[in-house]
Design a protein around this ligand. Structure first.
Ligand SMILES: *Cc1c(COP(=O)(O)O)cnc(C)c1O
Length: 350
């Protein structure tokens, strides 16, 4: 606290990201990174940009990336927004689409950045309880609101909402923006981008951090009606004209174009997830059904916080959240086969 701060700064409750340990050698299963590394074509595209052209500003619109995203998702580039990670895209959406006086709705157990953006932009919100099985019940969202947001699959539960349920939600709140945060959709769900031409109130965000293994590059997208995209462009161009650098635009576009590598690595993560689920169940864990690159688990006989601490002593880091309703759960990222084996071996030893 300092007299130099603008007054609202002291009331901010910032997001706390998962640990990025300085020690190598740890089995890092705490922040849902992809074990397989980016497409070699994406790396080559970025290397080709490492030259004198870096003295020039990048394309402020990232048109090459917008087109690659539009081609991949089968939409027009006017329906695509690109930003510095989907977190930045989400921030612009909160700022530009959710300030309507009525509360924004999101699940009680969800991505913990949402209330942080509400705090930053002064947006009122209401949380809606997941049901006993930790599923979103769309009927509960049919109430006055200034917008609705949830990840699909949800985080940190991994649970997937089918498209027909999302459609019912869109129809029940035709005057609000429904934002579907699809950070994990490529690991087993169907994208709601299929619905954007029919629902002008639908915005879908995507990230290259998880399924395209580019968390370090910081690239995210939004897809929706051109008028929603225009709101995001207006915010972006009032904030930072160049959110994506030359390397990011080139690397992310190449990653979208390399479908073979993407398909292969997503399939490998999904196979590993099946093996991890089976291994955890053998050890007595209860595992929520996951369509993501992580699993959300609890053990009837062991404290989650204690398990996380003991795993860390053995060099395996997983994520534990203190929120009361999920305090007995651990979120465990699906790693490479040898990392998953190290996890199961460590748990077995405990
Ligand atoms: C990882 C994640 C994001 C953020 O992704 P970035 O593109 O890396 O900023 C957004 N939403 C959810 C639910 C996530 O898990």
């Amino acid at each position: 606290m300092s007299k130099f701060w603008s007054p609202f700064v002291k009331d901010l409750v910032p997001y706390v990201p998962g640990e990025q340990p300085k020690l190598a050698r740890l089995v890092k299963l705490n922040t849902n990174e992809n074990p397989y590394g980016p497409s070699p074509k994406a790396i080559a595209a970025m290397q080709a940009e490492l030259n004198d052209s870096l003295r020039l500003y990048p394309d402020p619109n990232g048109d090459r990336l917008k087109q690659a995203g539009a081609d991949y998702y089968g939409v027009q580039s006017s329906q695509v927004f690109v930003g510095n990670g989907s977190d930045e895209v989400l921030a612009h959406a909160f700022h530009g689409l959710f300030q309507h006086g009525k509360p924004l709705l999101f699940p009680d157990v969800t991505y913990s950045f949402y209330p942080v953006y509400c705090g930053l932009y002064g947006i009122a919100f209401e949380t809606i309880e997941l049901d006993q099985q930790f599923q979103i019940r769309v009927e509960d969202y049919a109430r006055p609101n200034g917008g609705i947001i949830f990840p699909n699959p949800n985080a940190p539960t991994g649970c997937l909402l089918p498209l027909e349920a999302i459609e019912r939600l869109l129809q029940a709140s035709p005057d609000s923006v429904v934002l579907v945060d699809e950070a994990y959709i490529d690991f087993g769900g169907q994208s709601a981008i299929a619905l954007v031409d029919r629902y002008p109130n639908l915005l879908v965000t995507q990230t290259l951090s998880k399924s395209r293994s580019l968390a370090g590059l910081r690239v995210g997208l939004a897809v929706g009606h051109p008028e929603l995209i225009e709101a995001l462009e207006r915010i972006k161009n009032s904030f930072n004209s160049y959110p994506l650098d030359r390397l990011a635009i080139a690397g992310a576009a190449a990653a979208f174009e390399d479908r073979a590598y993407f398909d292969k690595t997503c399939a490998a993560v999904i196979d590993s997830r099946d093996a991890v689920v089976a291994g955890l169940q053998r050890l007595g864990f209860e595992v929520l059904p996951s369509a993501a690159n992580f699993v959300f688990v609890r053990h009837p006989q062991h404290e989650a916080a204690e398990l996380a601490a003991r795993l860390r002593e053995q060099g395996v880091i997983v994520r534990h959240f203190k929120q009361a309703r999920i305090a007995q759960f651990l979120r465990i990222t699906i790693g490479a086969p040898e990392q998953n084996r190290a996890l199961l071996d460590a748990l077995n030893a405990l």
